[in-house]
Design a protein around this ligand. Structure first.
Ligand SMILES: [Zn+2]
Length: 138
């Protein structure tokens, strides 16, 4: 760990790196949602994974029929290239389209999407540790 790469796990959340599938995360965290009023939420990080509409609908219906979870947020990540103007799914150090290193990552942190270049060391450490559950819809 590099100095400053510290973050905490808040609310009803499991660790961001917990090795659980998305449904299990929603179910486990959802056990506490009925006790938290209206603001408890489960974050699910997609990385570059884009489930089909059918799989996404099945997943959401299953979460709300089979768990006590009140809210889920599905968060994709993106890379924007200033050289060719392409926005790609996922976070990359170089543009997947043209190879340029002039890219910036965009991801969600604390409810909002933003450019990760402006994040502090703690938020970047959390981003690095996230279990993106790429196979959870398959
Ligand atoms: Zn590019």
């Amino acid at each position: 760990m590099i100095k400053g790469e510290i973050y905490y796990t808040n609310s009803t959340h499991l660790s961001v790196s917990a090795p659980v599938l998305a449904f299990d995360r929603a179910a486990r965290e959802g056990r506490f949602h009925p006790f938290i009023g209206s603001n408890a939420v489960t974050h699910l990080w997609l990385g570059d994974h884009r489930p089909t509409v059918e799989k996404l609908a099945d997943f959401i219906i299953r979460v709300f029929h089979e768990t006590r979870n009140h809210q889920i947020i599905l968060s994709p990540e993106f890379t924007n290239c200033s050289a060719c103007g392409t926005t790609s799914d996922g976070l990359y150090g170089n543009c997947p389209s043209c190879g340029s290193p002039s890219v910036e990552g965009i991801a969600r942190i604390t409810q909002y999407f933003s450019r990760i270049a402006g994040w502090n060391k703690g938020k970047l450490a959390e981003l690095k540790d996230r279990n993106r559950q790429a196979s959870f819809f398959s």
